[in-house]
Design a protein around this ligand. Structure first.
Ligand code: GLV
Ligand code: MN
Ligand code: MN
Length: 410
């Protein structure tokens, strides 16, 4: 059994890094704040007796050798970056539970055949650059030079941010792990939804992960005098954008499964008595079924173009990132299910509405996830909460599933 007190203490300590007045954290990738979080976790990895290193993408690893050092490793972990005013569990729980699993093995003198590696991925959330999963894409060898050109709101590209951080973007491909070098990737994460709470269960077995497409839409109208321009003669960029936001809600609702969000909106010039001439908004569309998601994406864009045309407003759009939904590996799910059964926790299957690093790794190795009950399903919010007991239950499932996977011969 893992040391739940130690896990909780480390979670609380990590929550101090990037802490906001709201009680949540803002810990953007490739910043000093994220660096401090990685340094603290590296110190925990050292306490756990792990061999610590960082790769060319800034992914932090702690490795515990198995009896066969040449065997494929079992990788466990998550991320340390957050959204603006994010919660204290989204990411950190999976990383710290991974450290706890390895430390419990170390303290118990447990020998595994395969090595166990704990990872803290660089930038899962995509908050800073509107493009995420940088570390896991690099691990999978799919991060392109073009991807590194995504910029933050100050115009700093991922490549430049890497340089400031002490990383060399020219060497990013060195972070790629050879295909089949990993036996499995298993991530413990908070559910961020209400399913487990409704089922009165502490943990669940993840079946698959829904995937987002992120777009930016730019509306160009005409600025003008708010007092003298008759309503019929206006080309109001915000009025067009507002209609499109309503279309997003309408189309997503109509499917019954998809979710659509406009999370960012900016307008220019931004005067109380000026008709907005330029508006930028973000679009986040998701579904576990890619076809459904892409269909409503097309419908939204079609309706947006038509309504902009009717208003004499220009519309330009670009894709920021497009992910593919995944199914979790039967092998990994089996190990998680057996761990849940062994701990008398029930085996409840559920899909993930949130995106996770494992989505980037499916070409590399079998991927699975364990969810821990989230209080009220609240996440990407300072009030995100999972109880100490539930976190410990999840970490114990991670321990037994990892032990099982790491005890197998390649
Ligand atoms: C990350 O948490 C996401 O699902 O956007
Ligand atoms: Mn997360
Ligand atoms: Mn998140």
């Amino acid at each position: 059994m893992v040391d739940g007190k130690r896990l909780w203490r480390r979670l609380s300590e990590l929550a101090e890094i990037g802490k906001q007045e709201s009680g949540g954290v803002t810990r953007l990738s490739l910043t000093k704040v994220e660096r401090a979080a990685k340094d603290l976790v590296a110190s925990f990895m050292e306490e756990a007796g792990l061999e610590v290193r960082e790769d060319a993408a800034g992914n932090l690893f702690g490795r515990r050798e198995g009896k066969d050092p040449g065997a494929q490793a079992v990788l466990v972990g998550s991320h340390l970056d957050s959204v603006y005013e994010g919660g204290n569990f989204d990411g950190p729980l999976g990383v710290l539970a991974g450290v706890e699993v390895a430390q419990t093995m170390e303290e118990g003198g447990v020998e595994t055949i395969r090595p166990v590696e704990v990872v803290a991925f660089t930038d899962e959330e995509g908050t800073r650059f509107s493009f995420g999963m940088i570390g896991s894409r690099a691990l999978a060898g799919t991060l392109s030079e073009e991807d590194l050109q995504h910029e933050d709101e100050d115009g700093i590209s991922i490549a430049d941010a890497m340089r400031h951080y002490g990383l060399d973007p020219e060497r990013i491909e060195e972070a790629a792990r050879p295909r089949d070098s990993l036996a499995a990737y298993l991530e413990l994460h908070v559910e961020q939804g209400r399913v487990l709470q409704n089922e009165d269960l502490p943990v669940g077995v993840v079946t698959g992960i829904a995937a987002p497409v992120w777009r930016r839409l730019v509306f160009t109208g005409e600025t003008g005098h708010a007092g003298t321009t008759p309503m019929k003669l206006r080309r109001d960029a915000l009025a067009a954008a507002a209609e499109v936001a309503a279309v997003v809600e309408d189309e997503a609702l109509a499917t019954g499964t998809s979710v659509g969000t406009v999370g960012q909106l900016s307008l220019e010039p931004g005067g109380i008595n000026i008709i907005p001439g330029r508006v930028e908004l973000s679009l986040d569309l998701r579904d576990i079924d890619e076809g459904t998601r892409d269909l409503i994406e097309d419908r939204i864009l079609e309706r947006a173009r038509a309504l902009c045309e009717g208003r004499g407003v220009g519309l330009e759009t670009e894709v920021l990132q497009r992910m593919t939904p995944i199914s979790c590996s039967e092998t990994v799910r089996g190990a998680v299910r057996a761990a849940c059964e062994g701990l008398d926790l029930g085996t409840y299957d559920l899909a993930s509405g949130a995106a996770h690093d494992g989505m980037q790794l499916v070409g590399l190795c079998p991927v699975g996830m364990i969810f821990v009950r989230s209080k009220g399903g609240v996440s990407h919010n300072p009030d995100e909460w999972s109880s100490k007991e539930d976190c410990m239950a999840g970490a114990n499932v991670l321990y037994h599933a990892t032990l099982d996977l790491a005890s197998r011969h390649s």
